[in-house]
Ligand binder design. Structure first.
Ligand code: BF8
Ligand code: SF4
Length: 646
């Protein structure tokens, strides 16, 4: 067992190198933070006003409350929902930027972008009630983008968000309305939540949590429109074959990492790189090699087949290979430490967005009106940097796996359609009803160095596969699977149970792809969790189930970011049992913890459960799926008996 807290062999090699040359990485910094403060770790430290921090100190007279009298449950509830507000703001602002770009394309203001996927545009327009018959593509795109932007601008509290209404089944929407969590405007709801949780405002933990769930639904809305509009702009993912892990970095090429979340610039870099291979060759390289990190990586993997270098916790290690010429970053999940690390090499860290700068790093203000030119200039910076590369410092781990990815819901359905052209989703439902598979599990979220990097992701996925659960993944979870060889046919052979293997045999025989289907269907970036939710909705519809009875579970085995909290929260509201593999920020209040782990199930059908042990978590996830299947079977039996009696 390696001394480093990772299961990734390539990362282990790089961490050995870091140790050898005396670099401190995020792994060292995580160690330096131990032991953690129990107050902060369990959510009972309040810093909402300047009298704080207030902690809950039950043994001291007056210490069982904050200075203002806030109880543990108020403090925990406020802290938790403020995570949701942060996550929802990040996802939805990303969506808003894409919507803005689609609008500008529709208005003819941008020369470098176009409406790439008109089929998706029509489908999205139809679900939103935008007329398409006989209309110009740009006119339809303008209406769709305008509706998307209105999601943010709406201040009328009686108007409901359009995307949520279009995407969710009626029984789910009814619950949202009854519990008053159906949001109107995104900006309105997020501002309201910050207001609601201001010092001296709401102290009712249940009311605060409901405010948080409203914001979580805004998170869904923002990411669903980000997914839809990105597909319209850049195309909807189709199966691609590529590779993953640090071995995807090439010693003889100009290496550029695309890191962050928003695909507006990275798509242009992909386009520009195709045109600029000769320039790289003129500088002495064999060409340009693009690799992805975090969700920008997932976006360009889905649509362009760009290889994955690594995921969140190991982003620094891509620089440490000594062969990374430039890392182009946009927004979210970018470690500030990258710059100081890059200083020890020739690597250029290029920030590109007005709200994400790193002191001392090179800032290239991305300009969407000259997007392709911006991308070309960035590539030139990388080519120049390549000329300064010190070969003595280069060590790229010879570790990578082949990857089959690109599973938008549309591309999954077109594979299923090879078996059942009339009703593709039936393929999955048949496998569930025949008992071949137990249901579907979504793997989402980050890395969290409170645990061992990638261990929870890998263990839970392989355990569930053995137990015949159909797996889909997004974000850094999916990137772990890519790096560890679970996104290819070998993964199925090694880990799938007999029932799951039977389904794969039928799918592979029908799919007609050059590569076998992977153990986990990589559905994209974190905003693409909306795709996975649409899969759950489609399953429920085809199985004739209420939304809360679908054999579908979600897990964030290594949740880290505020975005993960908001994704988990809308999963719960949308009826999905949701596992989190790190200590949750709600455990400091028994009341709040009970609300989100128990009462939530009565109200919404979904609930959270916390389990840091990946084997125990897997067992519980399987048990939940089995329970749902059993209940569904019993209900059917009762219905059949009643029908016979009549
Ligand atoms: O949005 S999984 S560490 S990269 S937050 Fe970040 Fe978490 Fe990775 Fe994607 Ni999602
Ligand atoms: Fe302390 Fe109350 Fe201020 Fe929180 S809001 S820091 S509990 S005084």
């Amino acid at each position: 067992m390696s001394e480093h807290k990772t299961i990734d062999v390539a990362a282990t090699q790089m961490l050995d190198k870091a140790k050898e040359i005396g670099f401190l990485t995020t792994f060292d910094r995580a160690k330096a933070q131990e032991p953690r403060c129990t107050f902060g770790n369990t959510g009972i430290c309040c810093r909402i006003c300047l009298q704080g921090p207030c902690r809950i100190l039950p043994k001291k007279p007056g210490g069982n409350k904050g200075i203002c009298g806030a109880m543990d449950y108020t403090i925990v509830a406020r802290n938790t929902v403020r995570y949701i507000a942060g996550g929802a703001a990040a996802h939805s602002d990303h969506g808003r930027e894409i919507a803005q770009t689609v609008l500008h394309v529709a208005e003819g203001k941008l020369k470098d972008y176009e409406i790439t996927d008109t089929k998706k545009l029509t489908a999205v327009a139809k679900k939103l009630g935008v007329a398409t018959e006989g209309r110009d593509v740009l006119a339809v795109a303008k209406d769709v983008a305008t509706l998307a932007l209105q999601e943010f601008a709406e201040t009328d509290e009686t108007k409901e968000l359009t995307w949520i209404k279009a995407d969710c089944p009626d029984d789910m929407l009814d619950v949202f309305r009854k519990t008053t969590i159906m949001p109107a405007g995104i900006n309105l709801s997020l501002a309201k939540l910050l207001h609601q949780t201001h010092a001296g405002n709401d102290s009712d933990p249940v009311n605060i949590i409901f405010g948080g769930l409203k914001a979580a639904l805004c998170d869904y809305d923002g990411m669903a429109l980000a997914t839809d509009l990105s597909d319209i702009l850049f195309g909807t993912g189709v199966p691609v074959v590529t590779e993953a892990n640090l071995g995807a970095i090439k010693a003889d090429k100009v290496n550029i990492a695309l890191h962050g979340h928003n695909p507006l610039l990275s798509q242009m870099v992909v386009k520009a790189a195709k045109e600029m291979q000769a320039e790289a060759k003129a500088a002495g390289a064999q060409g340009i090699n693009l690799v992805g990190i975090c969700c920008t990586g997932n976006e360009v993997l889905m649509r362009e087949g760009v290889a994955i270098a690594t995921n969140f916790a190991t982003q620094e290690l891509a620089v440490l290979t000594g062969a990374m010429d430039a890392m182009v970053v946009d927004v979210q999940c970018i470690m500030p430490s990258l710059r100081s690390l890059a200083d020890c090499f020739h690597t250029k860290i290029i920030t590109t967005m007005p709200i994400m700068k790193i002191p001392g790093s090179y800032h290239f203000a991305f300009d969407e009106e000259h997007a392709l030119d911006s991308a070309k200039e960035i590539i030139r910076i990388a080519i120049d940097a390549y000329k300064n590369r010190d070969v003595a410092k280069v060590s790229i781990p010879d570790v990578k796996h082949s990857v089959v990815a690109g599973f938008s819901l549309e591309s999954m359905m077109s594979i299923f359609a090879k078996i059942n052209p009339e009703n593709p989703i039936r393929v999955l439902v048949d496998a569930i009803e025949a008992g071949e598979i137990k249901g579907v599990a979504l793997f989402a979220g980050c890395n969290n160095l409170k645990g061992t990097h990638d261990e929870n992701h890998f263990t839970i996925a392989t355990e569930l596969a053995k137990q015949d659960v159909f797996l889909v993944g997004t974000g850094c979870a999916a990137q772990c699977f890519a790096k560890e060889g679970l996104l290819n046919g070998e993964g199925v052979k090694k880990y799938a149970g007999e029932g799951l293997k039977k389904l794969y045999a039928r799918l592979n025989a029908a799919a007609g792809l050059t590569a076998e289907l992977p153990l986990v269907f990589h559905m994209g970036s974190c905003v693409d969790n909306s795709r996975a939710q649409q899969l759950a909705v489609a399953l429920g519809k085809e199985m004739g189930l209420e939304y809360r009875d679908v054999p579908y579970v979600a897990t964030a085995p290594e949740a880290m970011s505020e975005k993960a909290v908001s994704i988990g929260s809308w999963n719960v509201a949308m009826g999905n049992p949701t596992h989190v593999g790190v200590v949750a920020p709600t455990v400091g209040s028994q009341l709040v913890n009970d609300v989100v782990t128990k009462i939530a199930e009565d109200v919404f059908g979904g609930f959270f459960f916390w389990e840091t042990d990946p084997v125990k978590a897997s067992a519980r996830l399987v048990e939940i799926l089995e329970e749902r299947n059993w209940k569904n079977a019993m209900r059917k039996k009762a219905r059949d008996a009643k029908a016979e009696a009549n």
